[in-house]
Design a protein around this ligand. Structure first.
Ligand code: SAH
Ligand code: SF4
Length: 341
């Protein structure tokens, strides 16, 4: 395996046309060497849009008073988890804005799930103290997603009036230390972000050896301070995914909803450029309109089961096989390490 320098990564991120296709093909070959054609399924339940933070890019930020706020009742969440299990999901992701009012319910939901179903629980509910992460781990949580959003500290500061880069990093390290499969990620195409920043993001993931890398394009939301900014070229997103695979090798990389928002076949393309996970929305239809982190989010008019059907078709179109397994991070085998890439 050739280790890329920052300069090389930065240059490869700029690949266009044939060069981009070649890079993505390399990443796809490596992905299939590791996972075969398997694509792992995770369902995501966006259970509350309450948030105390004001991240500049986000449609459900605290200051957006045009959002009608909701929290799905814990009994309804439990029912949804049960239904998702019956639908074949073996990982469920619980996501919300950042508030601590549901923390006790989250513990109860984790305990309920682990007692009744053989499935992995991923939390994506923001920064907490180490003690809280410990409590949830003890209750049975398996994984945690907390994006670093950008590793450019200055940009991080500009975008996050309530946050501190070192606190975010420490939270990620706490999660790893507590034994969570830890996922992080960045947005691609943030205003002011450079190719070098993105190259450093990739290095950051490699150095800290995170297990899951959830990335996606920045997409402006019309009720935020970044409403007049532009999303990136989709090719850049695909180059980024390909490089994530080539550099970090055995990580789980999802094809995200935001990719399909920017390009109708975005997820199919991502699944042929290094992604090996797909994360359909399992939020009931009535809440979806209210959980718009960015404009033109897809699947707003669908229910859980029709979204699953579309997901099955997406994976098939990509020439891959949807597998309903937990899909834990795979150990890196010496034979995974590519030669000459
Ligand atoms: N509150 C939690 C989880 C919900 S937000 C948290 O912040 O971790 C989940 C992710 O949505 C964020 O990490 C961010 O990367 C992404 N997101 C928010 N606004 C976005 C936008 N305008 N475009 C693309 N992704 C966005
Ligand atoms: Fe809240 Fe997360 Fe949105 Fe930030 S990104 S405003 S923490 S929901």
């Amino acid at each position: 395996m050739k280790d890329y320098t920052l300069e090389q990564l930065s240059l490869l991120l700029k690949s266009k046309g044939e060069d981009s296709l070649l890079l993505r093909e390399k990443a796809n070959i490596l992905t299939e060497k590791i996972y075969g054609k398997n694509v792992y399924l995770r369902g995501i339940i966006e259970f509350s849009n309450l948030c105390k933070k004001d991240c500049l890019y986000c449609g459900i930020r605290k200051s957006n008073n045009q959002v009608s706020r909701y929290t799905i009742k814990k009994e309804e969440i439990k029912e949804l988890i049960k239904k998702s299990y019956q639908d074949g999901f073996r990982t469920i992701v619980l996501q919300s804005g950042e508030v601590d009012v549901h923390d006790k319910d989250i513990t109860e939901i984790i305990e309920y799930t682990k007692k009744n179903f053989d499935m992995a629980i991923t939390l994506s509910v923001g920064e907490r103290k180490r003690e809280k992460y410990y409590e949830w781990k003890k209750a049975g949580a398996d994984r945690y997603l907390l994006r670093i959003e950008t590793t450019n500290r200055e940009l991080f500061k500009k975008l996050h009036p309530d946050d501190d880069f070192d606190v975010r990093l420490k939270a990620l390290l706490n999660l790893k230390e507590l034994g969570y499969e830890t996922g992080t990620g960045v947005m691609i195409g943030l205003p002011g972000q450079t190719f070098d920043d993105l190259a450093k993001d990739i290095m950051f993931f490699k150095i800290y050896d995170f297990d899951m890398l959830g990335v996606g394009p920045f997409i402006p939301h019309h009720q935020t301070p970044l409403k007049d900014e532009r999303p990136p070229d989709f090719e850049l997103v695909l180059n980024f995914i390909a490089l994530l695979r080539l550099v970090t090798i055995n990580t789980n990389i999802p094809a995200t909803t935001s990719m399909a928002t920017l390009d109708k076949e975005g997820r199919e393309k991502a699944l042929n450029s290094g992604a090996n996970v797909i994360m359909p929305n399992y939020t009931p239809q009535e809440y979806r309109e209210k959980y718009q982190l960015y404009d033109n989010k897809i699947c707003l008019k669908e229910d859980e089961r029709s979204t699953l059907k579309i997901t099955e078709e997406t994976v098939k179109k990509a020439g891959k096989t949807l597998v309903k397994e937990r899909g834990d991070r795979r150990e890196k085998l010496i034979t995974d390490i590519p030669i000459g890439i």
